[in-house]
Design a protein around this ligand. Sequence first.
Ligand code: FE
Ligand code: ZN
Length: 492
Amino acid sequence: MNSSTEEMLKLASSRGVLLEPDALKELSVRTDGFAVLRSYLDSLETPPLVVTAGMLLPASTGDGETATQEVPKNVGRISSVQEAPRVIRDITGNSTTTGNVKDFAKYFSDRFRSIKRILLKRKDMSGAIPISKALHVNRDARVIGIVNTVHQTRNGHRILEIEDEEERCTVLLLKEKGFDTVLKDEVLGIHGRMSRDRKMLVADSLIRPDVPFNRTTEKIDTDSKVAVLSDTHVGSRTFLRDEWDDLLAWLKNSPEARDINYLIVSGDLADGIGVYPDQEDDLEISDVFEQYQRVSQYFSELPDWVRPVLMPGNHDAVRPAEPQPTFQQEIRKMFDSNVTFVGNPSLIELEGRRILSYHGRSFDDVISTIPGLSWEKPIEAMVELLKRRHLAPVYGEKTPLAPERKDYLVIDEVPDVFITGHIHSYGLSDYRGVKLVSGSTWQSQTSYQKMKNITPIPAMMPVISLSDLELSVVNFSDFSRAERRKQRAGMP
Ligand code: FE
Ligand code: ZN
């Protein structure tokens, strides 16, 4: 990879377009490649989803072919499931952002107000006062603020700058108190006392919005189960075709699969193009639309009673900035009519159960910032998001955010089930009554992951029973090996 290639990918991603490998190649051999790309993007009101070499440099490559192509007809299969998934909250069709600086100010003030509302419901935050007032009281004060900066002093104390609607103040976190990690941009409640010189609030305790205790799950009358997949990365050379076939066979033939009425896929359906430098070396299918044709073919092979709910991730062909609206019509029309397309994140209702699904791009930032988290522990990272009631608490690092008028990444409503992907390692757990499910992946270790020392746990499919929210997992990596062993031994 060279740095200008990376710059071009970044530019394309910031404009919500995908660069075809050929286009990237053409550009990177030119000294003015970046300028050519920028002036092309600047010249368009609505850029296309995929930028080909022909669009950028018609003179050098000739055909100027666009990315549209024939797609298979929607076959309109009838599902035997009575209840269609209901989408409760999703940015799809609701995006208002123009992406300017003013939008960001509005976006963060919505984030602040929404999480403040959650904090104020807590007993230990009653009597919270505005920062402007706290600066003038002599007694203990409770304030709520969004964290602008976090600094560590030479002695290991931490100094925050927090802000509310009208005022800022400095907060001192003494080392001796052992406070846990504070993230930039998170919204916190603070109990503290003003220092004598009134220059800073010395914190006694930090209050996070968190999830209330004592959530109980009432049983509901249904046999329906929900299977969870994530990160199938179709189109990649490392897609696990054998394990996928095993999964299909199991869904069709196993008695245990008869109640699997829904299948949620939480992002990275396809491997995409132009997601990282030299990705084309890892692709079996280098055309992004062909990748989705393959995805649609795979999902059309599911048994009739399984209703797929498909969500994009950071590899998919949608705008990279979160919240991500769902796939465009050109891709959606490749699929059967029983597929529900949702954005990332989205709150979905299945037979009365509320399920929050988020791909998990923000784990990149959260795992690198909070000590003790790692790529091997998806559940711990999920808990950190729930505690902060925000799906992407850190802004300005790896997770691109779109400044929507409303912050769709705030976890306003505590769901029954919280599903994520992106980590490529499965996990099942419970946090204060919220079921946590991390989807695995259908891709074996890539060279990029090897380099980064990330070992995925592929081909594991979590299953949620909707009646009592019990969690289980079907292991298709063992399944394959055991089946193949049986076949070799000549067993039925
Ligand atoms: Fe992925
Ligand atoms: Zn991902």
